[in-house]
Write a new protein. Sequence first.
Length: 408
Amino acid sequence: MIDTPLNLREVGRLRVLEALHHVGRSSRSQLTRLTGLSRATVSSIVADLLSAGLIEEAPDTSEPEGRPTGRPAQPLTLIPSAAYAVGADIGHQQVRVAVCDLNGDPIWDTVVAGDTDRAPRETLDLTADLIQQAIREKDIALGDVLGLGVDIATPVRTADGALEAHGIMPGWVGVRPGRELEERTGLTAQVANDADAGALAERLYGAGRGTSDMIYIRLSTGIGAGIVSGGRPLTGVGGLAGEIGHVVSDPRGGICRCGNRGCLGTVAGPAAIARLLEQSWGRRVTVPDLLRLIDEGDRGAVRALEDAAEHIGIVLADLVTLLNPELIVVGGDLAAAGPLLFAPLERAIRRYALAPAAEAVTVVPGELRDQAEVRGAAGMVLAHAPRILADRLAAAERGGDHHPVTTE
Ligand SMILES: [Zn+2]
């Protein structure tokens, strides 16, 4: 990002871009109201942005509103393909890269499996290769990429983006994936924990739209939560907030990879449920096997799932009492289990949370499924799209352009 202060006209342009980014299609008169700028200033900024190829007049549609100038109230929108953000989701066993347009819709999305936990360097190389492959295959000019958002399945230290990976992702302790990927790709990078990215995506594009107090819980290889409180992500001083998978659920339970005993993840994670079945059946049960068995109504698998859901619900009940959220969005592999998961989980919340807080909360499945994290990673960059675009236009006009916004 370029840090030169914007002059008045450039600030006006930023406000118009922000209004179009947040509200979507808006007429010139709506933009006048939303930005507080004069009608003449809005018209002239709109003309600028049209000729820069950043916005377009939408074909349409709705009832003509007040037309003091006699012009039709033509709605304007950002052109989705005017710029892009790249998201990279680094999980325990896979890397996923997606390129999203200005609306946050993925136009390229690929997953590659690998043992990422123990191989940071190889994983970072693979991620960079996938990013370059995406940009090449979609024929995108590097200057049209606003930046790279990275999410990873371990806490990220807020201060410097280094990983707090002790026991969670062995081999990644102290690694700064943002800086590593900046060096490999030339893109400016931001890093977040995977559940925080999932929470952002569900809030921007999925089940949490319009909510300012929600918990996104991700039931995958690990269990994690992304918390949004008062409209802001809750990360804590060191980036550890929301590590619900390491809340103690059974003090005499098994040793967790974090070094504590009986963490929720060891009792109720998909891998823990599969392990329970392995012990009694004497054969390997993968998470996809588990989901298939549940789907087929296998009694042992269903019982193990229901017990796990109750454990998760008891921990969520405490979070509901403490945080009083409006919504809990359940994502990750296990969410596919449907009512067999949701019914015992909700029953535990109703039973153990403070009654008015339990009544205030709704539990829903995520809408973005396995794309939530990668879209949230790109969404971190897109949240700054108006400012990045305004900075690049200003830089282009001043002749010191590093990143042309449009390529002729
Ligand atoms: Zn733990």
